[in-house]
Design a protein around this ligand. Structure first.
Ligand code: PRP
Ligand code: MN
Ligand code: MG
Length: 181
């Protein structure tokens, strides 16, 4: 798997350091709030798992799976559909939405609108990566682990063709793998 990676962008150690820092900060902030941590499947899985283990407070976890109409992100209309909804009621709850990356922002823009409509008490967006160059929707994360350039990044939840999610670091994929030049 490593041989498909052109270069490491963020090491495993750097990711873990950031998880610890953000986790501790969130634990202080949400101590008495019994937050609902919402992982956006599938990409958020490794980050959510590591981040929440640094939060030594009571919290609840749930998961949502959404997808863009028309499949591939490059031709995305911005419309999002729910593949798997939460099992938990959002009304009155303090939400921590956990993502691996914000690119166009369309996924999160949809989710934030949905959770506002469902009367969340508060909503905070925590993303490991932010790719500002991809932005189409007007959305900003409250907490960003790392900013990434406009490159094909994979690993630690991020996939290409469902592969590479289990890399413990973030890397740039070799162009010959995804058919780039
Ligand atoms: C990816 C990524 C984010 C979203 C970001 O998920 O994990 O959830 O796209 O893109 P956006 O800001 O342009 O909406 P994807 O829909 O590919 O599903 P996955 O997490 O299962 O890979
Ligand atoms: Mn995702
Ligand atoms: Mg994906």
């Amino acid at each position: 798997m490593d041989q498909d990676i052109e270069k490491t962008l963020i090491t495993e150690e750097e990711i873990q350091q950031q998880c610890k820092k953000i986790g501790k900060q969130l634990a202080e902030e949400y101590e008495e709030k019994f937050p609902l941590a919402i992982g956006v499947l599938k990409g958020a899985m490794p980050f959510m798992s590591d981040l929440l283990r640094y939060m030594n407070i009571h919290l609840e976890m749930d998961f949502m799976d959404v997808s863009s109409y028309g499949g591939k992100k490059t031709t995305s209309s911005g419309e999002v559909k729910i593949v798997k909804d939460l099992d938990t009621k959002v009304e009155g709850r303090h939400l921590l939405i956990i993502e691996d990356i914000i690119d166009s922002g369309q996924t999160l823009s949809y989710l934030v609108d949905l959770f506002k409509y469902r009367k969340a008490a508060s909503i905070k967006i925590v993303t490991l990566l932010d790719k500002p160059s991809g932005r189409k929707a007007n959305i900003k994360a409250d907490i960003v682990g790392f900013e990434v350039p406009n490159a094909f990044v994979v690993g630690y939840g991020l996939d290409f063709d469902e592969k590479y999610r289990n890399l413990p670091y973030i890397g740039v994929l070799k162009p010959e793998i995804y058919g780039g030049k």
